[in-house]
Write a protein that binds this ligand. Structure first.
Ligand SMILES: O=C(O)CCC(=O)C(=O)O
Ligand SMILES: [Fe+2]
Length: 284
């Protein structure tokens, strides 16, 4: 224990900053063991209220048949703080290691009458043989209470370890539904079988999903095209980096630009640059 009451395992270094996240080690152990963790009161009631209002105003209306709106960081600035919340980055890095990036940020607005989504693995979009190390982690923040009736996420505990099995659908596999209050965070590892539930109520079930993957892989949603450069310019540096404007691995590795920090190269590339210019950022 330190003076803040955290065990050392609850301390993480996120983009160079030491953060204390009470509960972190326990949540990571749960994700490792059963594939997911539920964290109540991740954000407080005021933030939940604003999130719901902002999303409904800035991102809706979506097509009446759609329950998911993608490219959120290209459409609104109302979730930036939630995406680069150091506690969330610490969780994602705890599952995936230091080299992470946003893969897709989406709104899940399960409309009344929405059918249950088929069980799937979020990491199934990359055709890698299993078993493989975790490379996707998803965090869903509830903007409304999640109930069995309104489509709380359905999942199969422990299925992230069933490397030799194809995803099966209920009733061929036992599922649980994660009921949780608005403001809660549900985090799962990309190999865990899961899907959105059916909404049999007359209210929608609103949430955002902040999905990360390894920074040296391709992102699920193309953030470089999806998020206009003027919007990137408005973001705090950490968010820009998490969005993908960073070395994926090292200065020669995936994601580099002319052997330099991609973030320092964005404007130079746009306006034209000369490698011999004395103002060029250092290589490395
Ligand atoms: O809506 C949910 O609860 C989960 C949705 C989901 O897993 C997905 O769209 O990939
Ligand atoms: Fe999913």
């Amino acid at each position: 224990m330190n003076s803040n009451g955290d065990t050392n395992a609850d301390i993480a270094t996120v983009y160079g900053e030491e953060v204390h996240v009470p509960g972190l080690a326990g949540w990571l152990a749960e994700i490792d063991e059963r594939g997911y963790a539920v964290i109540p009161d991740w954000i407080g009631p005021e933030r939940v209220k604003r999130l719901g209002e902002d999303l409904r105003r800035e991102v809706n209306p979506i097509d009446k048949t759609m329950v998911r709106a993608h490219n959120l960081l290209g459409k609104t600035r109302c979730v930036d703080d939630l995406v680069c919340d150091p506690r969330l980055l610490a969780l994602a890095q705890g599952v995936l290691g230091d080299k992470i990036q946003v893969s897709v940020v989406a709104m899940f607005d399960l409309l009344p009458g929405a059918k249950a989504q088929g069980l799937h693995q979020d990491d199934g979009l990359w055709p890698l043989p299993r078993p493989h190390p975790p490379f996707v982690v998803n965090g869903v923040i509830a903007a409304d209470d999640f109930t069995k009736e309104n489509g709380a996420t359905v999942l199969v505990p422990g299925s992230h370890k069933w490397h030799d099995q194809e995803v099966r659908q209920p009733p061929d596999v036992a599922t649980v539904q994660v009921e949780m209050g608005a403001g809660s965070l549900l985090v799962w590892t990309g190999a865990m079988w899961h899907g959105g539930g059916a909404n049999t109520t007359d209210q929608s079930r609103l949430a955002i999903a902040i999905n990360f993957n390894l920074s040296y892989l391709r992102q699920q949603e193309n953030q470089y095209i999806g998020v206009p450069r003027e919007e990137v310019a408005k973001m705090p540096e950490r968010l820009r980096r998490v969005l993908g404007y960073q070395h994926g691995m090292s200065f020669v590795g995936p994601g580099m630009v002319d052997l330099r920090d991609p973030l320092e190269m964005v404007d130079r590339v746009h306006f034209g640059y000369d490698v011999n210019d004395p103002d060029m950022p250092a290589i490395g």
